[in-house]
Design a binder for this molecule. Structure first.
Ligand SMILES: Nc1nc2c(c(=O)[nH]1)N[C@H]1C(S)=C(S)[C@@H](COP(=O)(O)OP(=O)(O)OC[C@H]3O[C@@H](n4cnc5c(=O)[nH]c(N)nc54)[C@H](O)[C@@H]3O)O[C@H]1N2
Ligand SMILES: Nc1nc2c(c(=O)[nH]1)N[C@H]1C(S)=C(S)[C@@H](COP(=O)(O)OP(=O)(O)OC[C@H]3O[C@@H](n4cnc5c(=O)[nH]c(N)nc54)[C@H](O)[C@@H]3O)O[C@H]1N2
Ligand code: SF4
Ligand SMILES: [Mo]
Length: 729
């Protein structure tokens, strides 16, 4: 007897619904797109299709490991947690809480465990040494949105299904399936845009598959998007094409700042001809509706925050912010109504380099500094959750060496990999199908309002869920006993019954608690958030609850995006802040860079459809064909540097020998290497057989986007030479 289960794919931001068939033994026999999912409508990609293989990967850890020297020993859960408690206790007793640190990796933005227990664990550790993949990714967007709209999660997404004109920079959704824009079947949605007469313009130093689908592709020099965007802003003012989205603060400052970046000046730097910039500005202003959307290529760059800011400046100046077909604010089902203080950055600074905090985190670019540098606050005890920063952080090999010097490290991860091999204890989460799934983070960036909950498809046989692992770590770190979920539920309910307009003001918290549904603490907390959320049965505007989601196993469409200004704003002024001082002051740095000679060759990254950052390289069906770690390089550069087959790439931090992939789809003077490879000697058999090299051996942790502290992966200066050549020292 086989059974069928419907689940959200947890592997990328597209949140596709999947339909899986399981045999009696709980083995996955087929994976298909769920045609009845109102959002993804049956879409699936090769990664989703391999979910069964991934779930049953024989190299996934099935129980905790404890390291003794170079030897790993399988232990029971109690012994593993006891080891963590001892390790933490010793470090804290000697060096205090500021000697602890935490790193949260990308999948913790996909798991319920990460969403529900990440923040409590950080609070329990009581440290400012908080790092995550966000500062190797989207922190510039949080900072720009936080300062403009008052909350770092108030992020405008392109209204993909209704826009008439999409200007896309530094994103390649045909490979990535989209990011900070949750849109299952992104490729189909782009085709639909064109089919309804809309226009797609892609700006990328490579002619990607997304660029091939577009009406127009513009090659841009890496790291120069802020100039290009300023050139567009300049033109809108110069030609009086602006029509504001609504009342804003700071319009004059933006006009002043843009004066320094006329199209002919920025053309030289960006490689985009001035007349093209002018035409693009006119098209953007003239389109019935339009949206500017920029992603990782523009975020992990030296002027990441300026670029993210200018994206929304353009959306505002063209009247497209917050209107259908423009850039809009989703309203996710678990959004909390609570007002917070207006957003700011730099509330504290990192110990060694004095880099500002953003969203309560320090830049991953200074992670190794904080582990290596002696003194009060030096990290000696580290927790990593769902991260592989040795391959994903800038100058990752240095970080690997730093990790090996920690007094104690505990990793919550299903794999023994380049990062977790430095841990003293590894706590593996159970199989994917044993976890409940709700996309707390990603549904806040969805191009339609939508909700879907996937209960665990298989029981936990004896081992803790990842939620329970993190809850237990939180209790260990806080030194408290008891039920963490009940405590957190009590806290949230206690606040809600005292908050005017919460929908439950004045009601009895114990009675409300008794009404919650859920078989686990995580489900109870989800139910509470749904009920208190904007569609929730307690907030009075709907009837959403966990029960309702369970009754809709294919997901629930909550409608198209709706205008949300000014209600969504959390700025002190109550207006959109078009020229936040912390951002505008960085314009000087952008101007100064204009005077400098650009590097001759720069490195950028890229993504492949069948890869996922540093993992999923242990699934045979995914690591083959085009999914390889090669250096894309223009044939003219191959000739110029006298290369054949392989080349040596050198940067300020390291050097690699890499197989070449000559292609005229990349600009001359630019080379591209995907990140997340470098699995030589891995405990994962398939990955070790397809090792590749780590692009982050070349990236430089000393280069950051100043306002956000974000890492710089695109536009890294490198030199290229033939292999076997001896260089003068
Ligand atoms: N050069 C360069 N570097 C980059 C980038 C780039 O474009 N270029 N991109 C950056 C970006 S955008 C990101 S997001 C970061 C990613 O950086 P990280 O998050 O540090 O790295 P990942 O490769 O995503 O590692 C994911 C880890 O989570 C584990 N894992 C998978 N599923 C689960 C789960 O359900 N629970 C737990 N606990 N663990 C799980 C995997 O085994 C793996 O160890 O890399 C960044 N690094
Ligand atoms: N298959 C697959 N899907 C993924 C991932 C994966 O590793 N594999 N990772 C996931 C993660 S963590 C993220 S954050 C998202 C990212 O999602 P996307 O942002 O769509 O990421 P990429 O596919 O890397 O596309 C970035 C593009 O930016 C271009 N680029 C590089 N430098 C510059 C520049 O200076 N300016 C401009 N304009 N473009 C530049 C690159 O050539 C590349 O085509 O993808 C997610 N989805
Ligand atoms: S596009 Fe993303 S969410 Fe959809 S099936 Fe592929 S990996 Fe899963
Ligand atoms: Mo990412």
């Amino acid at each position: 007897m086989s059974s069928t289960v419907h689940r959200t794919c947890p592997l990328c931001e597209a949140v596709c619904g999947l339909t899986l068939t399981l045999d009696d033994g709980g083995h996955v026999t087929s994976v298909r797109g769920d045609k009845e999912d109102p959002f993804s409508k049956g879409f699936i990609c090769p990664k989703g299709a391999s979910l069964g293989k991934l779930d049953e990967d024989p190299d996934r850890l099935s129980g905790p490991l404890v390291r003794e020297g170079d030897l790993w020993r399988e232990v029971g859960w109690d012994e593993a947690f006891a080891a963590v408690e001892r390790g933490l206790g010793q470090v804290v007793a000697r060096h205090g809480r500021q000697s602890t640190g935490i790193y949260l990796g990308n999948p913790s933005a996909h798991t319920m465990a990460g969403a529900l227990y990440g923040a409590p664990l950080i609070r329990a550790l009581g440290t400012r040494n908080v790092f995550s993949a966000s500062t190797a990714d989207q922190m510039p967007k949080h900072v720009a949105s936080g300062l403009m709209f008052g909350h770092p999660l108030t992020i405008a997404v392109p209204d993909l299904d209704r826009t008439d004109f999409l200007l896309m920079l530094g994103a390649n959704p045909l490979e990535s399936n989209g990011s900070l824009c949750t849109a299952p079947d992104f490729p189909g949605r782009l085709k639909a845009l064109r089919a309804r007469g809309g226009k797609l313009v892609v700006v990328d130093p490579r002619r990607t598959r997304t660029a091939n689908l577009a009406d127009e592709h513009l090659f841009v020099r890496p790291g120069t998007d802020a100039y290009l965007l300023f050139g567009l802003v300049h033109t809108l003012f110069a030609e009086e094409l602006t029509r504001l989205s609504g009342p804003v603060n700071g319009l004059d400052q933006v006009r002043e700042a843009a004066k320094h970046f006329p199209p002919d000046v920025v053309a030289r730097r960006t490689g985009v001809p001035a007349q093209v910039i002018v035409r693009l500005a006119r098209e953007l202003a003239g389109a019935r509706t339009a949206a500017v959307y920029a992603r990782i290529g523009t975020c992990t760059a030296e002027f990441g925050t300026l670029a993210q800011w200018l994206v929304d400046v353009l959306n505002v100046l063209t009247g497209n912010l917050d209107r259908p077909g423009g850039a809009m604010f989703p309203m996710p089902a678990t959004e909390s109504a609570g007002r917070r203080r207006p957003y700011t950055v730099g509330r504290w600074r990192s110990r060694v380099r004095g880099l500002p905090e953003a969203n309560g985190e320090l830049p991953v670019a200074t992670f190794a500094d904080e582990i290596e540098t002696p003194g009060d606050g030096q990290i000696r005890f580290l927790v990593t959750v769902a991260g592989n920063p040795v391959l994903s952080a800038p100058h990752g090999d240095r970080l690997g060496r730093a990790l090996s010097g920690l007094d104690f490290m505990v990793s919550v991860d299903p794999y023994l990999n380049e990062t977790t091999k430095h841990a003293h204890v590894i706590l593996p989460p159970p199989r994917v199908l044993q976890a409940g799934h709700y996309d707390f983070a990603l549904l806040g960036f969805a191009v339609r309002n939508y909700a879907r909950y996937s209960p665990p498809a298989l029981p936990l046989d004896g081992q803790p869920s990842e939620a329970q692992i993190l809850a237990r770590l939180t209790l260990i770190a806080s030194g408290l006993d008891g039920d963490l979920d009940e405590f957190l539920i009590g806290q949230l309910l206690g606040k809600a019954v005292e908050t005017p307009g919460s929908g439950v003001e004045g009601r009895d918290a114990a009675e409300l608690r008794a009404a919650l549904d859920g078989r686990t603490g995580a489900e109870l907390r989800l139910d509470l958030m749904l009920r208190l959320g904007p569609y929730g049965e307690w907030a009075g505007r709907g009837d959403l609850s966990l029960r309702k989601l369970l009754d809709h196993p294919h997901g629930l469409d909550l409608g198209p995006l709706r205008p949300r200004l000014p209600e969504v704003l959390r700025t002190a002024s109550g207006l959109v802040e078009l020229a936040p001082p912390q951002i505008v002051e960085d314009v000087e740095r952008l101007r100064a860079r204009l005077e400098e000679e650009p590097p001759e060759v720069v490195l950028i990254g890229r993504r492949h459809l069948r890869s996922n950052n540093s993992w999923m390289h242990n699934v045979g069906a995914l690591v083959s064909g085009s999914n390889t770690c090669t250096l894309q390089i223009h044939p003219a550069d191959v000739a110029r540097f006298g290369l054949a087959g392989e080349a040596v790439v050198r940067s300020a931090t390291g050097e690699l020998t890499v197989p070449l992939e000559p292609t005229d789809t990349i600009m001359p003077g630019v080379v591209s290497l995907p990140h997340g490879w470098g699995h030589a000697g891995s405990a994962q058999a398939v990955a070790a057989a397809h090792p590749g090299v780590s692009a982050n051996a070349l990236t430089d942790e000393s280069a950051i986007d100043i306002p956000s502290g974000n890492a710089v992966f695109n536009g890294v200066p490198v030199s290229i030479s033939p292999t076997g050549m001896i260089t003068a020292q």
